[in-house]
Design a protein. Structure first.
Length: 521
């Protein structure tokens, strides 16, 4: 078929499955602690088990209500319909880390279904844009199931072994599977959706979202539409890449398949059809995918309703109670920060990546508003302080910005003093760092100003001294001064720097610049 035809163009087609471990205290169908909860993180192998997890005779499962409500919150955030009635199904397959020989999942009546997410275009650096085309990504379903355990093929410490070790501590952990329509056409869009979903889930407080611990795992289903020189269009078989736990691996695996699938078609002429789907793994070291198995179809799992679990009925009152728990989500906040506060795209994206840091930022804005700074301006000032003075320190210490020790009230007071011209940029950073380090909480703006004064950080308003410093610098740099007089305003930056040196940090750079330009005009 099409033996002589050549490929004219290639269109990528990707649908995404995302598994999210929900951070409930107990597992999906038993009262044993869950390793996805921070409290039980790091539990030893095979320590978080009970007769239900092991599938022992006579052990009866009971659904975790908290997991159901967490899944509903995610479904609402993804604009899904929430089922009035949902049920549990047994998905039968054998694997050594699945002790029952089946997984409790949901098949034809998922908890959440028919949703969508509006995905913005991305810029050259991969950050979302608030202008331009918005792409709709359909959500087929978001259903609950239980996680399997782990198979370890190396001994603890990385020692090679010729057998596998089974750890069942993870088995039974609540797992939310989000399945999209095959609406992605570019690897960057897939990564942006994955980041967006992670932010949503963390913002809702339903998962820790630590990728290295497997709290979120991505499985893209990838194929290509090939336009041929004879006018025909063919589609390559779908390849599902299993258990990717980083955005880098997700993008790399999709890009590899985009390059390889047209080559495979040229070799074997296989096209999309029943029984052609293949499961592949991803080698992070070699940056290649490799065949794992021919993919099963749904009927191979022998789904049937679990006889031990009743159907779940969700009335309107329950849905309303859960809906009230959903806050403003990261993407709307991101757009608001850029459009209302004039925060840069990269900076706004950094602010919404961590729920606690984002809420801390908004608390700082409120503190500045109470100090009579206009809200739009307060948003810009707070972002500058936190990202310039806070992000570096947080990165160095391995904590979030809200964990540095400084309070929103102290940040608000610093911002107000900066706006009043009492602190220069370097003084803002020094005072921010002092409040992070001393551990004391100052309760009034007067105490904050006194702390700045005691450290010699306050700007001294001495017009006569400023005039002398400016005259001295202009006399020492006549060529630069002539450039400024000639219209090269950017050259004034050098003169400002020299004046600031003479002032020993006690002058405000903005005031100095304005005075220099006025004198040389």
């Amino acid at each position: 078929m099409h033996a002589a035809a050549e490929i004219v163009s290639v269109q990528l087609i990707v649908g995404l499955e995302v598994h999210v471990e929900l951070s409930t205290r107990t597992k999906m169908f038993s009262r044993v602690p869950s390793p996805a909860c921070r409290e039980f993180d790091g539990a030893g192998p095979n320590s978080l088990i009970d007769p239900i997890v092991l599938g022992l005779p006579g052990a009866l499962p009971v659904p975790n209500r908290a997991a159901v409500e967490m899944a509903m919150m995610v479904g609402l955030a993804l604009n899904c319909s929430i089922a009035d009635t949902t049920k549990w199904d047994r998905k039968g397959y054998f694997y050594p880390d699945l002790p029952k020989g089946y997984q409790i999942s949901q098949y034809d009546l998922p908890l959440c279904f028919d949703g969508s997410v509006e995905l913005p275009a991305v810029d050259a650096a991969g950050f979302p844009r608030i202008d331009g085309e918005v792409r709709r990504i359909g959500i087929v379903r978001a259903h609950l199931e239980e996680d399997a355990g782990k198979l370890l093929h190396d001994a603890p410490g990385g020692h090679a072994i010729d057998f596998s070790i089974v750890d069942l501590s993870r088995a039974g952990t609540p797992l939310l599977e989000v399945v999209t329509q095959p609406d992605f056409r570019h690897p960057d869009d897939v990564v942006l959706f994955a980041r967006t979903l992670r932010n949503i889930c963390r913002f809702l407080g339903v998962t820790e979202g630590v990728m290295q611990k497997g709290h979120m795992r991505f499985e893209p289903n990838i194929n290509c539409e090939l336009r041929l020189s004879d006018g025909h269009v063919v589609k390559t078989p779908i390849v599902e890449i299993k258990n990717l736990n980083s955005f880098r691996s997700l993008k790399g695996a999709i890009e590899y398949e985009l390059a390889e699938q047209p080559r495979r078609w040229q070799q074997d002429r296989r096209v999309l059809g029943k029984g052609t789907k293949v499961t592949r793994g991803w080698d992070d070291v070699k940056s290649v995918t490799y065949v794992q198995r021919e993919k099963e179809d749904a009927h191979d799992y022998r789904y049937f309703p679990d006889p031990d679990l009743p159907m779940v009925r969700i009335d309107a009152a329950w849905k309303d109670r859960v809906a009230a728990l959903v806050p403003e989500l990261p993407m709307p906040r991101f757009r608001r920060y850029v459009s209302s506060y004039s925060v840069g795209v990269k900076e706004a994206w950094a602010l919404v990546e961590e729920r606690e840091a984002c809420l801390f930022y908004e608390a700082c804005i409120e503190e500045m508003v109470t100090r009579h700074i206009e809200r739009d301006r307060a948003g810009k000032v707070a972002a500058n302080i936190l990202l310039q003075s806070g992000a570096r320190r947080a990165n160095e210490r391995g904590v979030r910005i809200d964990e540095l020790g400084i309070t929103p009230a102290e940040v608000g007071a610093i911002g107000a003093m900066r706006e009043q011209g009492k602190l220069g940029n370097q003084a803002v950073d020094d005072l921010f760092g002092a409040f992070c380090d001393d551990g004391a909480t100052l309760t009034s703006d007067g105490e904050v100003e006194a702390a700045a004064r005691s450290r010699g950080l306050l700007i001294v308003r001495d017009d006569a001294a400023l005039e002398r410093w400016i005259d001295q610098v202009i006399a020492a740099n006549p060529k630069v001064a002539d450039d400024v007089r000639g219209g090269k305003v950017a050259a004034a930056g050098r003169l400002v720097g020299e004046v600031m040196k003479l002032a020993g940090g006690s002058a405000d750079a903005k005031t100095v610049r304005e005075a220099i330009l006025k004198k040389l005009s």
